[in-house]
Design a protein around this ligand. Structure first.
Ligand SMILES: Cc1ncc(C[n+]2csc(CCOP(=O)(O)OP(=O)(O)O)c2C)c(N)n1
Ligand SMILES: [Mg+2]
Length: 616
């Protein structure tokens, strides 16, 4: 699918009447990101330096933005974006840390399915960005990362600084978790490298790519005009499809199944594909399991959806359905082997739909265990589902049973994440809203997903600190759509990634960010509890080296200090909904709003059971 964000099929159904009114109001009150950071005209309209050619190539890929933190290693390229391209297509988004530059590109891709660019300074900038690159890699999200090195030609290096910022084979830093990297030696080679990087990043399975621009090459004056290039033909659309006989074999298995189960995993944000998945499940009368690690894949209160989207293991009722299945259809489920293990190795036939094997490598083991498969469809789920529907043909019409939308009832008076979710539901009301991130403490049962953009999935690689940046990037892509972007971040996550908020404030990207603030790296308290139990040592000590208190950090002030609106800390359940209402009003007026919610340490029962099993 080749489409520009907000115009693509992915966005069909994006706007409701009320959301489009809100979007228009928002646009009327702000001139848009394009009006910001305008450079003086430079009068340059033909490429003069190596980096001008690279900048032209980046524009040809169609990326809208380049999130960056600056550095001398790419001062030539920086100048080309500002003074040659006029800071548009792509426009720079200044970030305070490379990790947030990459995370912003990650969040943007989660919404649009398309790469945006990020630029990072030589080795040190790339080192700062690595965890976020790993997150995007594990999440199979496209992005084009431009990096740089001090001059490869030692004669051109300035003493000391260019030597410390030149490393041999810089791409080796990220090669284990990027799809492709290159260090082109000439402007024409740089052009080709950038086009290839965009093409590879945007081709399923998607992922980050890295192009390292030699400072010497960037600053080299062109001695002759660069030959023209048919850029679009160098990035051909790659259409994914499974062979007809494999589709037929899968359809036969599924048609004859008595208890089929669909594991709905890595799928796109496309609404047509969403509708097709629902039709397939209904045609097969298949139970559907979803996963909070990835974006919304199926209506969670559809009568065929079982359990709630979960992370470390499917909920007990979902595991029961998997155990009872005779045929399992995995739509690029993140960890088929692990899920089968958790279900006790059921004997069901397995149909696997995935192209993920194309990027499995020897460094990162994020590919998970090797699952047993009876029929393999080597294509994307979006391509497989319509093909399966066609092969199945019309089926018996079923009376759709209904399943009530029921959320967990928050227990007790002490404020928990379930109280936060209940108050958020109340404050959000009927607004279309995208959960851009959820905390580890979030209970997957507390939100209804009815549209592919209702939830965008996790950080991918479990790298804490990704939540704020990913949410800013998602909010950037959602800006003007009428959808309210809402992030729920743990306090540890927020504190590691908080400076991403400045980018949102500066570029006027509305976002609501709620902090599930348990004043702890609580996940690891549970790990210490488990170790203490296994060793018969005091579990009471689990908090030592984990609690973020004494002094408590004023999280709302950290937002205010960067130009966002800060609310809280909120400690009383009765204050939650009124505070959220105020924060949402601020976001609808164009602000970034952060609410510090003091929650009791604790995870959902399902998550706690997986993390601290009675047996260990
Ligand atoms: C970069 C990084 N550092 C450390 C960890 C280990 N870790 C996993 S969860 C977690 C705690 C996160 O704290 P917070 O975001 O406040 O969530 P909570 O568990 O308290 O709900 C930590 C430190 C990690 N996954 N990533
Ligand atoms: Mg915490």
């Amino acid at each position: 699918m080749r489409a520009t964000p907000l115009k693509s099929a992915a966005m069909r159904g994006f706007m409701t009447d009320s959301s489009s009114k809100r979007a228009k109001a928002q646009h009327a009150s702000d001139a848009g990101i394009a009006a910001l950071d305008r450079p003086l005209p430079s009068g340059v309209n033909a490429p003069q330096f190596g980096s001008d050619v690279a900048a032209d190539a980046l524009r040809a890929t169609g990326v809208e933005y380049i999130a960056l933190n600056p550095g001398a290693s790419y001062r030539g390229f920086h100048d080309s974006i500002v003074n040659y391209l006029g800071n548009k297509q792509p426009q720079m988004l200044l970030c305070l840390h490379e990790e947030s530059a990459i995370a912003i590109a990650h969040g943007y891709a989660k919404v649009t399915g398309r790469a945006m660019a990020a630029a990072v300074h030589s080795n040190v900038g790339l080192m700062h960005g690595t965890m976020a690159i790993f997150n995007a890699w594990c999440d199979r999200m496209p992005m084009v990362i431009l990096g740089a090195t001090g001059p490869v030609d030692a004669v051109k290096r300035r003493p000391w600084i260019d030597w410390i910022h030149t490393a041999r084979d810089q791409g080796a830093l990220v090669r284990g978790y990027t799809k492709w990297d290159d260090q082109p030696a000439s402007p024409t080679a740089a052009r080709e490298a950038i086009l290839r990087a965009a093409w590879i990043a945007n081709t399923a399975p998607c992922g980050p790519t890295y192009v390292n621009l030699d400072a010497g090459m960037q600053e080299e004056k062109l001695t002759e005009p660069v030959s023209p290039s048919d850029t679009q033909r160098l990035m051909p659309e790659v259409v994914s499809a499974a062979p007809a006989d494999r589709v037929k074999a899968a359809a036969e298995l599924l048609r004859n199944a008595k208890h089929p189960v669909i594991l709905a995993g890595r799928v796109s944000r496309d609404l047509d594909a969403w509708d097709a998945r629902v039709r397939l499940a209904e045609r097969l009368n298949a139970r559907v399991v979803t996963d909070i690690k990835v974006g919304a894949a199926f209506p969670t209160f559809h009568y065929l959806h079982v359990g709630a989207p979960a992370s470390l293991a499917p909920t007990p009722d979902a595991l029961e359905a998997i155990r009872a299945a005779d045929v399992i259809l995995s739509l690029d489920w993140v960890d088929v082997a692990g899920t089968l293990k958790q279900a006790g190795q059921p004997s069901a036939k397995i149909v696997q739909v995935s192209v993920d094997h194309h990027l499995h490598n020897g460094w990162s083991l994020d590919y998970q265990g090797l699952p047993p498969v009876d029929v393999f469809l080597a294509c994307t789920p979006d391509a497989a589902v319509p093909a399966l529907l066609a092969a199945l043909g019309p089926g018996p019409s079923r009376v759709a049973a209904t399943r009530a939308t029921e959320f967990p009832t928050p227990a007790g008076d002490a404020l928990t994440v379930d109280h936060l979710a209940a108050a958020l539901r109340q404050a959000v009301g009927e607004r279309p809203c995208s959960l851009t991130h959820v905390s580890l403490s979030w209970n997957g049962a507390s939100w209804a997903f009815n549209h592919p953009l209702d939830y965008l999935g996790s950080d991918g690689g479990g790298g804490v600190g990704g939540g704020p940046g990913i949410s800013v990037g998602a909010a950037l892509a959602l800006k003007g759509s009428g959808r309210l972007p809402v992030a729920v971040c743990g306090d540890g996550d927020y504190l590691m990634g908080v400076t991403a908020l400045w980018t949102a404030a500066h570029y006027k990207i509305p976002l609501l960010l709620l902090i599930a603030n348990n004043r702890s790296f609580f996940n690891d308290e549970l790990h210490q509890e488990r170790v203490a139990r296994m060793r018969s040592r005091p579990v009471e000590n689990r908090w030592v080296g984990q609690r973020i208190s004494d002094p408590d950090i004023d999280l709302a002030s950290m937002a205010r200090a960067q130009g966002a609106q800060g609310f809280g800390p909120v400690s009383a359940t009765s204050d939650l909904a009124p505070t959220f209402v105020k924060a949402i009003a601020a976001v609808e007026a164009g602000a970034v709003a952060v609410v510090d919610v003091r929650v009791q340490p604790g995870y959902s029962a399902a998550m706690t059971a997986v993390m601290t099993p009675k047996s260990g």
